[in-house]
Design a protein around this ligand. Structure first.
Ligand code: DGT
Ligand code: CA
Ligand code: CA
Ligand code: ZN
Length: 568
């Protein structure tokens, strides 16, 4: 296991122990050990005496050793045996932590979100420390969670997709293969996976796939298509002869809406499109098309990247040769919003800086939480000043990268900011966002954010609608008005790359770009591995037709520093 996986496992142990209501100091021990592993500059496997790590004693050292060497520690096995697996999901509901979930389990016998949603009115309110209001809130959260048809987030879907694709591509019979469907288009959530492969020995490839190690269940199995289930997810593989690969890949990439408009266009040219190729109208003889590029060319269009295939004007733009020059992840030069262990992050200034250097970034801005966000260990003005010094000192030590110090400052209920202007003035960059008082209504919420935008130190507004995919609906806010105000006040809007946020959503990003508002694409990383989420933010920006000129963190360092000096 890598350090990040070991740390995550230690955190899971802590959560399970918390569900069991174990002593606070023991739980804290595991959380601290997770941080120590995360902060370690080399693979934990190579550490000879693990007790040298901060917060790690004999018991923890043995657990970490097991994890590092891919064994399940006895302690974890016992916890998983004793605690119903469905409870972990309960701990993720907004407003329900491991302590509360543990009590729901012990006192009401709840073992899953589903059971929680089915509780009778009054049952929860009768528990000590719960009232009518908290009952309502928790029940609503459970019912919303149960009602939403769960779709995979991009990181899960990508991990599974690449694993399965790796198997297909690794077969000798396979000439070419690609993930198709919504994952190829990088939609923010994914229903099922579609894979398209080119092979002249289709049947052998199909048979191999149907008996692959990851297959839990075979739903359909023919010589050119195999549908399977794997970890609860359906994966559809379709196979064609190499000369027809372009047609099939295009068809199953979709979207359906894009395919329909494209077909209508073809009909006007006297052509029929199908998954088998192109045919002259009136004949049934489909001529296979080997590549997507060729297909678009035959239809008089420039190549349309998958992220744009949503029937949102892409065909007209391709016809006129006016498709955007989409931003690419390699064009991102820095991350403007990452956390450290000064607030609720796991990494240190150094470990995050080194991870950013490894990504080839020219700059990195540390934005920890502000003072009133106590649950996230927000920084008092004194600690912020201390951190500012630490970042300046670290910047000297790392000539490869410019390290800057900002803050993710809470927008308070009245729209004022969580630090005085004099302190904000000392920071390199200010990200403003809302973490509390979500239910104030659209008017008040919009006014609150507009007031923050009017503060001349605020550079960008983070996660402007507060949505969390599969878990929390966006709060009520007039985003179009925010976009207009962002333009007037020269404030950017942030696109958060976390797979469960991706907020601002694509239609609004496009609206913002059309209005001339610039975007920051940030990861909001709380550990080193999350820095790699940037690709998901970039893919959403691409879906919104963004070019690098509209993305502040695509600026080269000198221009970025110029922007910081003169921004508002
Ligand atoms: P998902 O799986 O719900 O996240 O979304 P998609 O887009 O992957 O949809 P899916 O898996 O049902 O089908 C994959 C692609 O295959 C879809 O984007 C377009 C194409 N396709 C599937 N069924 C139809 C259909 O009935 N008509 C047309 N025109 N295209 C279809
Ligand atoms: Ca699909
Ligand atoms: Ca530096
Ligand atoms: Zn943040």
């Amino acid at each position: 296991m890598q350090n990040a996986d070991v740390a995550r496992a230690l955190d899971t142990i802590a959560t399970l122990m918390e569900l069991k209501d174990e002593a606070y100091y023991r739980i804290l021990g595991y959380r601290r050990a997770a941080e120590s592993v995360m902060a370690l500059g080399r693979p934990v496997r190579e550490v000879e005496d693990l007790k040298e790590l901060p917060h790690v004693g004999g018991t923890l050292a043995a657990v970490i050793r097991d994890l590092a060497e891919d064994r399940t520690p006895q302690l974890l096995a016992d916890l998983l045996e004793e605690i119903p697996a469905g409870l972990v999901e309960v701990t993720r509901l907004p407003g329900v932590g491991p302590r509360t979930a543990g009590r729901l389990w012990r006192e009401l016998g709840v073992t899953s979100v589903e059971e929680l949603g089915e509780l009778e009115e009054g049952q929860l309110a009768s528990l000590k420390g719960f009232g009518k209001k908290s009952e309502e809130r928790i029940l609503r959260a459970a019912r919303v969670y149960n009602a939403t048809e769960r779709r995979m987030l991009l990181d899960e879907a990508t991990a599974l997709g690449e694993h399965v694709l790796g198997f297909v591509r690794g077969r000798a019979e396979c000439e070419e293969a690609e993930l198709a469907g919504s994952l190829r288009r990088q939609k923010e959530t994914i229903g099922d996976l579609d894979i398209v492969a080119a092979s002249s020995e289709g049947k052998a490839l199909a048979d191999a796939f149907a008996s692959a190690p990851f297959v839990d269940e075979v739903l359909a199995h023919g010589p050119s298509k195999v549908f399977i289930k794997c970890g609860g997810v359906e994966v559809d593989l379709r196979i064609v002869e190499p000369e027809a690969y372009g047609s099939l890949l295009h068809h199953f990439t979709g979207s359906q809406a894009h395919n329909i408009v494209l077909r209508e266009r073809a009909v006007k040219m006297g052509l029929n499109i199908s998954e088998y190729g192109l045919a002259q109208a009136g004949t049934q003889r489909y001529e296979p098309i080997a590549s997507e590029a060729e297909l678009y060319e035959r239809l008089g269009l420039s190549y349309i990247p998958p992220e744009l295939r949503e029937d949102a004007g892409e065909i007209r733009a391709a016809e006129k040769g006016e498709l955007p020059d989409l931003v690419e992840v390699g064009e991102v030069r820095g991350d403007l919003h990452v956390h450290t262990n000064y607030s609720d992050g796991r990494g240190t200034i150094e470990s995050m800086a080194e991870a950013a250097i490894a990504l080839g970034y020219e700059y990195l801005v540390f934005c920890d939480h502000s003072q009133s966000l106590k649950v996230a260990n927000g920084l008092s003005p004194a600690r912020l000043k201390e951190k500012l010094k630490a970042v300046r000192a670290a910047d000297e030590r790392y000539p490869e990268i410019r390290l800057l110090c900002g803050s993710e400052v809470d927008i308070l209920k009245d729209g004022s900011l969580d630090y005085e202007d004099a302190l904000l003035a000392e920071l390199d960059l200010v990200v403003a966002s809302i973490h509390t008082s979500f239910n104030v209504g659209e008017e008040a919420m919009t006014g609150r954010i507009v007031r923050a935008m009017n503060n001349s130190y605020v550079n960008t507004i983070a996660h402007p609608t507060g949505r969390i995919l599969n878990r929390r609906e966006p709060y009520e806010v007039n985003v179009s008005r925010l976009i207009q105000e962002a333009k007037t006040t020269n404030t950017a809007l942030e696109l958060n790359s976390y797979p469960d946020r991706l907020d601002l959503s694509v239609p609004y990003i496009r609206e913002a770009l059309d209005a001339g508002v610039r975007i920051t694409i940030d990861t909001d990383a709380h550990d080193e591995t999350a820095l790699s989420f940037m690709k998901f933010g970039v893919s959403q920006a691409r879906r919104a037709w963004a070019e690098k000129e509209s993305i502040i963190n695509c600026l080269p360092l000198a221009e970025f520093e110029e922007y910081l000096r003169s921004s508002k």
